[in-house]
Design a protein around this ligand. Sequence first.
Ligand code: NDP
Length: 276
Amino acid sequence: MTDLYAVIGHPIAHSKSPLIHEAFAKQTNQDMRYEPILGPLDGFEATVHDLIAKGYKGVNVTVPFKFEAFKFAKQPSKRAIFAGAANTLSFADEVRADNTDGAGLVRDIEGNLKVSIAAKSILLIGAGGAAEGVLQPLLEAKPKLLVIANRTLEKAQDMVKKVERQKSDSPTTLTGCTFADLQSQQFDIVINATSAGLTETALPIPNSLFAKNCLAYDMMYGRETPFMQQARQNGAQVADGLGMLVEQAAEAFYIWRGVRPETRTVIQQIRNLPKA
Ligand code: NDP
């Protein structure tokens, strides 16, 4: 019997996840179907209960339901607990939750872009859900320094406190700051985890931020953001978040199916789609 999966979000029509999982299933000969579901804003739990009753094996969860998905699950993974949010639910005897966003980012940076994180200085810009989701996996890759810069300082500081509360024995110096504190600092990897690119807004960050051979990574995909333009003009290697999107999906696919799909061709396939 064909196994059923879905992605729940609101909105959902733009989601590339069905195409990605369809490509993975074809490539690895898995008998499964994966569909987009528009979750009512006040009806996430009811939607999931309905899917479980219909025999679905799992779902991906996207904006704005990642926090609700985490609360809904009975067995959250360590990385979901840290993020306080889940993007992957598995329906077994109990509902399990995971967060694969950070693993996807690290795999894209290290595996696809061939940039090692260990012993590097990293700037993570933003302190919203996406930044929280990637913080723990970034720290596990053992950078020398990780600075979280956010428009609202308190949120960056809260993320730092959260790591400190876990009494991490990490080799990384972790600090939080605002954009104004970034003058005269340089980083090997700069990750834009803000949603500023959605509105074509430039970030108030100095041009001097990008060290020689810097990787500038924008979690957004589908368009060149002002952040990417600024980084390119200042000599950085620039990447968008499409690789992260495909890699987080591959990690979810692995959780569900126990098979790790090849991702390079799928990233290329999605990149080559005509623009909507
Ligand atoms: P949130 O709404 O949770 O957080 C938004 C963040 O952006 C906050 O830190 C906010 O700062 C900051 N921000 C928003 N506008 C501005 C601005 N004009 N100037 C400076 N900072 C700004 O969003 P998410 O964390 O969920 O998503 C962030 C981005 O990551 C989105 O573009 C999303 O598409 C992308 N993403 C990509 C993924 C992928 O697989 N490639 C996966 C998940 C997310 P403040 O706290 O001060 O409000």
